[in-house]
Ligand binder design. Structure first.
Ligand code: SAH
Length: 349
């Protein structure tokens, strides 16, 4: 519930909690399974459509709960098929968020936002321009997927927490949303198809490791040098590279899973061979994958994209060192839907 005046969002509950909720209103637990199916498999937009529930129960649900349905404010479509959605989350506060649908050869991936605004202040990211307003609730995370599936008529198979916000700064709600997404009686999206990207909230990386989640962890590194990283990501002043790497090593050891490091290449900033050498030294012997992102220039931003020559040289050097390194395919740049371009603006095209 947001603001105390709205109804409770029924999408905030995983199946077990929904059973508890229903018990409180004198209903049998199997009703929860029926409702869960209506929401996540049939993707209904109202309680009236849940036709195997009695009229009385439908009315009761409607009085107590909302289905947290978003309103599509704008939709942009890229020449490469990527779609960016601007949603009004309907919380009575006029809050807007963006989500992106991308088509890959293996299926559809959605890039979801985890917060309204972001506190991290990364100097190269457009989301930094959005003042932080609040965390998204679990039901608001899953609704991004449901709203896009309803509108686009596609089945989304992969989720990346790479939209607006820092997912590990909204840890409990993100974990809850993953539980809901995972449920075989609902969307049935396996944790292996979900990636969480973090700017490096060290204590939460330890917590994630201890949870033994099967999700992929991406860490936004962008430099192996504290001075450069701090100038790009203020969070580095709180959790410097040494501490971050310690947490990453713990995560790998505990989960036996590879970490994916994101590295946005900006011209004359972090794209020299010297930087690649430092990076190779830092990650030496670790179970990792490096994802190079040619940095996307943001309005008023000081960073510009590296040259293709530098990007390829950077990649080849790391691969030669035995560190699996790929260059991320750029999708949706023409509609400001690419990495770091999400702003929650309904003004710009
Ligand atoms: N807060 C999380 C997730 C959101 S950002 C995080 O920091 O990881 C998702 C990814 O896009 C991160 O790797 C981020 O560093 C990257 N990114 C942000 N702005 C970018 C830009 N202008 N160009 C390229 N990548 C960018």
């Amino acid at each position: 519930m947001i603001g105390g005046t709205l109804k409770k969002n029924i999408k905030n509950y995983d199946l077990e909690k929904l059973k508890e909720e229903l018990k409180l209103i004198g209903e049998k637990p199997f009703r929860a399974e029926q409702i869960f199916k209506w929401i996540y498999q049939d993707k209904v937009e109202s309680f009236e459509e849940m036709t195997n529930l009695s009229l009385d129960l439908r009315k009761k649900l409607q009085d107590i709960y909302s289905l947290g349905i978003f309103k599509i404010m704008r939709k942009f479509e890229s020449v490469d098929g990527t779609k960016k959605y601007l949603f009004d989350v309907q919380d009575g506060q006029g809050n807007l968020i963006e989500s992106v649908l991308m088509k890959y050869h293996h299926g559809y991936t959605i890039c979801v936002s985890s917060q309204i605004g972001c506190k991290m202040g990364c100097t190269f990211c457009a989301s930094t321009g959005i003042p932080f307003s609040r965390n998204l609730e679990p039901g608001e995370i899953t609704e991004q997927l449901l709203a896009i599936e309803r509108d686009s008529k596609v089945k989304i198979s992969n989720i990346v927490f790479m939209g607006i916000g820092e997912p590990l700064d909204n840890f409990d709600n993100v974990m809850e949303s993953i539980k809901i997404l995972n449920n075989p009686k609902g969307l049935n999206i396996g944790a292996r198809h979900i990636s969480i990207s973090t700017s490096g909230i060290v204590p939460k990386i330890y917590e994630l490791a201890d949870k033994q989640m099967q999700c992929t962890l991406s860490v936004s590194l962008h430099s192996s040098n504290n001075k450069i990283r701090s100038s790009m990501m203020p969070i580095n002043n709180v959790y410097p590279i040494e501490e971050l790497m310690k947490a990453c090593k713990y995560y790998i050891e505990k989960t036996n899973k590879r970490i994916s490091f994101e590295y946005a290449l900006a011209k004359d900033n972090n794209d020299n061979l010297k930087d690649a050498k430092e990076l190779a030294k830092l990650l030496h012997g670790m179970l990792v994958h490096i994802n190079l992102i040619p940095i996307n220039k943001i309005e008023g931003g000081k960073y510009t994209k590296s040259t293709n020559e530098n990007i390829i040289r950077f990649r080849d050097y790391l691969n030669d060192c035995g560190i699996v390194t790929t260059i991320r395919r750029e999708l949706g740049t023409d509609i400001s839907a690419a990495c770091g371009q999400l702003r929650r603006q309904n003004m710009e095209g």
